[in-house]
Write a protein that binds this ligand. Sequence first.
Ligand code: CP
Length: 313
Amino acid sequence: MQTNNRYLWNHKDLLCTEQLSSEDVFHLLDLAKSFEEINRRPVRKVPTLQGRTVILFFVENSTRTKTSFDVAGKRLSADTHALSLAGSSLNKGESLLDTALTLQAMNPDVIVIRHSSSGAAEFLAKQLSCGIVNAGDGWHAHPTQALLDCYSLRAAWQNNFEGKTLLILGDIAHSRVARSNVCLLKKLGVDVRLCAPRTLLPPAIETWPCQVFNDLNQAVEGVDAVMCLRLQLERQQAGLLPSLSEYSKRFCLKPAHLKLAKSNVQVLHPGPLNRGLEISDTVADGKNSLILDQVSAGVAVRMAILYLLGTRR
Ligand code: CP
């Protein structure tokens, strides 16, 4: 799909994939593509966002999202500043809103926030005038992850989403990545399957626009891509799983499963990986794996997001 020349990005914030039209998505992915080659230059910096300020406000742990937003901002010459829970005055009892209003008083263009509570980014977007990017809120949404997944699949599938089938495998109940990806990929015409133990499927799963499986051998049959999800051990309640070894016996993605999929099946994982639990080493490091491509795509996609939100004012 080509974007319209008169197209205008019209969002102050990026909170979820539901807010994006397919034209928004292709515009953002095209822009990310145009930024991609900057990341391969000997000098990986352009002046595009010179004088702009981006604050990375991460109240939950992160390696990929936080670092790639930081790298993305710096490669576009924005000034980036990071604040984490550890070392912040949230630990002295300051509220989320007071902390965010304090950061806004420093006049940033964009605040990127990760928080363990669903709705935290939307709450701040309503209170603040600067752009807010949701870098993951509780179980709710992780739109920038879904966009970079989409970017990686677009490259692997030569720009053709229609008629492709993707399986999302694992801890869907606790996954903001699954929620954001289902919404985004369905919008682009991808057929999405889900596979998990019954206890790791969210409530009202029958309302999701997906075929649901409990048997991995059936679920993987003929798919074009498999997205493994991390078993979110920190969010499990007692009794959801009989044991980790039982889980890995039935739901860990192994080479034998890939033989049931299309021959050029692509394997994705948002990271971090529990190797041997949800994905075997051979699959994670094998020729079908896009896992490190996803990380590289994260920088280009986040450059595009910072550009779109950071140049609105
Ligand atoms: N995929 C993802 O969000 O990874 P991080 O938690 O390392 O940012």
